[in-house]
Design a protein around this ligand. Structure first.
Ligand SMILES: Nc1ncnc2c1ncn2[C@@H]1O[C@H](COP(=O)(O)OP(=O)(O)OP(=O)(O)O)[C@@H](O)[C@H]1O
Length: 682
């Protein structure tokens, strides 16, 4: 029996009802209860009134000085007040809807009050009160605050946690290797967990927390590093016999010289392709850094060995664009490229699928239509996934399974600090494109009010007359595509009137694919000069002659999204501009727009975005594949993560880790996590 199997109902005070309520927050076993850590503490240290600030939540002790005064509003609403002397001050204590306390407040009685302090009126809005000497007191302590709601109250959770400790505390076992525990001077596990629920003071709480954070990272790292070590030793996947001279010739024939970054990354990929294990590499590069061509070189190398390649992208517009450019690129080499999207006729779709199955079709580009069940490859060797944050982890693995351990290259234009990437995508190698192709001019970014609109339109007019093109991204009013489409249509009508001499195009998600494709094609051929669009063009669209990006209501967009939109311009040799039309009211919005005008560096923007928003929001949904921890925070505990990573790497190098009795528990852990295949462990 261990804590991981003992049902939580064995804790005294947890009945059938509570067992069900706990289940709703994911607690079934005693271990899950004990590892349900508080997310903050309520500070009940007594405060000196001369030092507290207006609006602070404080705890004070005083003497009741006046008879309580009760005002009732209707049947249940009430306001109860009484004067209390705290040190030498008079304070008015105010309780809302606690009329039953009236009879308990006696003149001259000592009372402990916790609440929000209103400095001007010397009022304390009481949230909790107690009389000293009556049972346990919270005074002077830090009380844990758990993420609970509804029928489970903080008080109940605190009590139950203590109960769980008194019944089962002794069963909490050490789980870190002894030498690492000593190396970092960590508390024993039992003590650390107890102190997280009940720290005597902040310092002690931090010390206890450090150990548990480390422990979470340690096991996470153990899992991914062991998995990698094992999959590499099993050498699943194929070692491609890459024809390097042919690849070099392909690169030389490109219409431009690759940047050093691109060459370096291509080198890394070529190395991976030749290894007997499957590549799993993340390519992160700022917008316009030239990721597509890197993918194209990788596809070329693999196709040349006789295998097939797939490129999966998030939108149809992008699929079409890649289809056009890769067809152009690969045609001279006799490489066949196909396009599979959701809007093909059944007959065409069948044709593509069958030529894919015979191996006649060598590269398939598409949206998630690529992962439908009836799509089979003859010999899928490389999967390239563009804009990976849009695909769920599961979709990625379905595509991966369509080949026998194909190599996978994932590209993302949402650069995140490299170190964080290594963790977030723990099982991947990470390559970064840090430089833009030569000759790019920095995009000048301006943030303006709506009343500057006339001038903005005048500016567009001048640029278009000089031969350039412009995007106008429509106001994002709410999370409703319908409203966005309406906005785009209204703006399109206005601008068509305003620019009688130019062609103004319209693009939004609700247009049929043929039409979208047609509009994009006309824009890329400069038959359309001004393109009004919703954010469907956010990622990937590549029209180097476009030099102006205007974003309406820019304050409604996230930083990374604005950076993506801005990245649609500045892709050629002409000077480019990004104009953010915004009415920023809050400080954070202002700060965000300022960041945009200050820097063009996507890595820097990602970092600032992370600061302004916090990682949970930044990575969006759970789809990001970002690991979740109970206590640890990927950003603020990053240094601990690095420690754990290095420790684990060292541990896995030791032969006794794989054989010694001392490490049996860790091998068992890996087995439980299904890291080992059948029969690989003694
Ligand atoms: N080394 C280079 N020199 C000059 N131009 C290049 C170079 N590499 C790529 N390009 C061109 O730069 C433009 C941007 O490249 P690409 O579309 O691959 O960028 P990306 O990294 O995919 O950007 P995004 O994330 O915005 O889609 C393309 O027009 C491409 O042909």
């Amino acid at each position: 029996m261990d804590l991981y199997t003992i049902p939580v109902k064995n804790v005294r005070g947890v009945g059938t009802q509570k067992t069900e309520e706990l289940l709703l927050i994911g607690i079934q076993t005693v271990a899950q209860l004990i590892e349900y850590y508080p997310f903050r503490y309520e500070d009940y240290q007594l405060r000196d009134l001369t030092e507290v600030k207006n609006g602070e939540k404080i705890t004070v002790q005083g003497t009741i000085y006046s008879e309580p005064l009760l005002q009732m509003y209707g049947k249940t609403k009430s306001r109860l007040t009484c004067k209390v002397v705290v040190e030498n001050f008079f304070v008015t204590a105010v309780w809302f809807n606690r009329h039953f306390l009236k009879d308990k407040l006696k003149l001259g009685q000592e009372i402990i009050l916790t609440g929000k302090w209103d400095q001007g009126r010397r009022h304390l809005s009481v949230s909790e009160s107690e009389f000293p000497g009556q049972g346990t007191t919270r005074i002077g302590t830090l009380q844990p605050v758990y993420s609970v709601a509804g029928p489970i109250t903080q008080q109940w959770m605190r009590k139950t946690m203590m109960q769980a400790f008194s019944q089962f505390g002794e069963m909490i076992e050490e789980n870190l290797p002894q030498d690492l525990k000593l190396k970092h001077n960590f508390l024993p596990r039992k003590q650390a967990i107890y102190h997280i629920h009940h720290p005597v003071d902040i310092t002690e709480g931090k010390h206890a927390r450090a150990r548990v954070v480390y422990e979470e990272f340690f096991f996470f790292q153990l899992k991914i590093q062991a998995y990698r070590a094992l999959s590499r030793s099993k050498a699943e996947g194929s070692a491609f016999a890459v024809d390097l001279p042919a690849v070099r010739a392909f690169v030389r024939a490109l219409p431009f010289v690759l940047t050093d970054s691109q060459k370096h990354v291509i080198g890394e990929i070529m190395h991976d392709l030749q290894q007997p294990y499957s590549m799993n590499r993340l390519l992160q590069g700022d917008v316009g850094s030239g990721k597509t061509i890197v993918a194209a070189v990788a596809l070329f190398a693999v196709i040349r060995t006789g295998a097939q390649g797939a490129l999966m992208v998030p939108t149809e517009i992008l699929a079409e664009q890649h289809y056009r450019s890769l067809t152009r690129l690969f045609e001279p080499y006799g490489i066949s490229v196909g396009l599979l999207t959701g809007s093909l006729t059944e007959r065409i779709r069948r044709g593509i699928i069958s030529s894919l199955q015979t191996g006649e079709l060598q590269i398939l580009i598409g949206t998630h239509a690529l992962i439908q069940e009836d799509v089979y490859f003859h010999n899928l060797g490389l999967v390239v996934i563009d804009e990976q944050h849009r695909f769920g982890v599961q979709q990625r693995s379905i595509l991966r399974r369509k080949g026998l351990h194909p190599d996978v290259l994932t590209m993302t234009a949402t650069p995140i600090p490299r170190t964080l990437a290594i963790t977030a995508y723990g099982d991947m190698d990470v390559s970064s494109l840090r430089e833009l192709p030569k000759g790019r001019k920095p995009i000048r970014t301006y943030s303006v009010n709506h009343n500057m609109l006339e001038r903005v339109l005048g500016f567009i007019s001048r640029e278009v007359l000089a031969g350039r093109q412009a995007y106008l991204i429509c106001p994002l009013i709410e999370e409703s595509e319908k409203v966005d489409v309406q906005n785009a249509m209204d703006l399109h009508a206005q601008l068509t009137q305003h620019f009688p001499d130019f062609r103004v195009g319209l693009l939004h998600g609700r247009l049929p694919t043929v039409e979208k494709d047609h509009v994009m094609r006309e824009f890329s051929e400069n038959k359309i000069q001004v393109l009004v669009s919703t954010t469907v063009i956010e990622v990937g669209v590549d029209v180097p002659n476009a030099t102006i990006m205007v974003v309406y209501d820019a304050q409604r967009f996230g930083l990374s999204q604005l950076h993506q939109l801005r990245g649609r311009v500045g892709r050629g040799e002409h000077a480019s501009y990004c104009i953010l039309i915004a009415e920023a009211k809050s400080e954070v919005s202002k700060e965000r727009l300022k960041v945009m005008t200050e820097t063009n560096d996507g890595f820097e923007i990602a970092r600032r975005d992370l600061e302004l928003r916090g990682p949970g929001d930044y990575f969006g949904t759970k789809q990001s594949g970002l690991p979740e921890f109970r206590l640890a925070d990927l950003v603020s505990d990053f240094e601990v993560l690095e420690l754990a990573r290095d420790d684990v790497a060292e541990l896995l190098m030791r032969t006794d880790f794989w054989t010694g009795l001392e490490y049996l528990a860790f091998r068992q852990f890996l087995q439980r996590e299904q890291i080992f295949g059948e029969g690989l462990i003694d």
